[in-house]
Write a protein that binds this ligand. Structure first.
Ligand code: ZN
Length: 363
């Protein structure tokens, strides 16, 4: 243990903190994670994206929103510039890497974002241009997968079978089964949002009709409210505020959305048999009303045994996604992955970083 500690201190992951007290003998020094080690987090979303600086404890030192550029080329330029400015603004920090959460799937093998229908961009590579511009390593991950990582690293997830259902402009599912985050071929595992529930339903961004997400997303709720025009109608935040103010029409639209989220539960529960389902999205601000509706569908969806626990994410949606990026970057360094937290140690992996020489360490 002391060898590991020495290495962590040498590599500046851990620093000495305050001194403890014992009845006799040398006073022990407490160790703590080095808060000067920082991570840049980018939450890429269709309209407005967020860039943040966070320390390794998951605390945000700075957060900025930014209009999402119209195409991947200008996005690479705009995001790189903003990241370089943030790095210059924080010369006291040691930046470990950049974690990017995307509203799509990431094909690790080809290093490309491959499926992001709500961005309406073609396949693109954001990793290489960001790495070239900043000199930092970049980790990309789907938003729902990032939320799974956030729950396992920073929250009280105690199960090895957890799903994160993220509901925003679209609907994604992050699948953590038997202690593994599922990516599969092309990184496409978990696209339940694009399974058609009604073949003659509204057209989805993926080109198919009647996908689960066209009934259960934020945009669907706005449609239920009555405005089909996204540009002129209320935003989803407006809809939530109206509902919280008691507007019956808004409440009915959100009840409808909750039922549609519930309608997909049979599909994911039958396919994956999770023990816990965590919901992420602005709608969870109305969890007291919408949660019980979803829970009813969950109970009705179970074939045998106990229904999975259902709850909103432990952090508000934007924080959940951003925290996921911290877990993504840390996971690269502490190669044991997320399994350590769940009591299933794995063999050490080979060194991942030539830059710092940080080795995978088993605690
Ligand atoms: Zn679809």
């Amino acid at each position: 243990m002391s060898l590991i500690t020495e290495q962590l201190i040498r590599e500046k992951w851990v620093v000495y903190g305050s001194m403890g007290r014992l009845p006799r003998g040398r006073r022990p020094a407490f160790l703590q994670l080095n808060e000067r080690r920082a991570i840049l987090a980018l939450d890429l979303r269709p309209a407005v994206s967020t860039i943040a600086v966070a320390n390794v404890n998951g605390q945000f030192l700075e957060r900025q929103t930014i209009q999402t550029p119209e195409n991947p080329e200008s996005a690479a330029k705009v995001f790189s510039d903003r990241i370089l400015r943030l790095m210059a603004d924080h010369p006291e920090l040691l930046f470990e890497g950049i974690g990017v959460v995307i509203p799509g799937r990431y094909d690790e093998k080809r290093a490309r974002v491959v499926f992001a229908p709500n961005l309406k961009w073609p396949e693109f590579d954001l990793k290489a241009p960001l790495e070239a511009a900043t000199g930092l390593s970049v980790k990309m991950e789907n938003a729902a997968n990032a939320c799974v990582l956030a729950e396992v690293w920073f929250a009280q997830a105690t199960t090895r079978n957890l799903l994160a259902v993220t509901v925003s402009e679209g609907l994604g599912v992050g699948v953590f089964i038997d202690g593994h985050l599922l990516h599969s071929a092309n990184g496409m595992a978990g696209e339940f949002g694009h399974i058609p529930l009604e073949p003659s339903g509204p057209l989805c961004g993926c080109g198919t009709r009647g996908c689960w997400e066209v009934y259960a997303s934020n945009w669907a709720a706005l449609r239920f409210y009555g405005g089909s025009s996204r540009a002129n109608g209320p935003s989803f935040q407006d809809l939530l505020s109206l509902a919280m103010g008691g507007d019956l029409h808004a409440l009915r639209a959100l009840d409808h959305m909750a039922q549609e989220i519930g309608r997909g539960m049979r599909m994911i529960i039958s396919a994956l048999s999770p023990e816990e389902i965590v919901f992420v999205g602005e709608f969870t601000r109305l969890w007291d009303r919408m949660g019980p509706i979803i829970e009813r569908f969950v109970k009705e969806s179970v074939l045998i045994g106990k229904p999975p626990r259902v709850r909103p994410a432990s952090a508000e949606p934007s924080v959940a996604r951003l925290r996921g990026t911290i877990a993504m970057v840390l996971q690269e360094y502490f190669g044991f992955g997320i399994e350590r937290k769940l009591g299933a140690p794995r063999l050490l992996r080979k060194p991942r970083s030539k830059k710092t020489g940080v080795r995978a360490i088993s605690f």
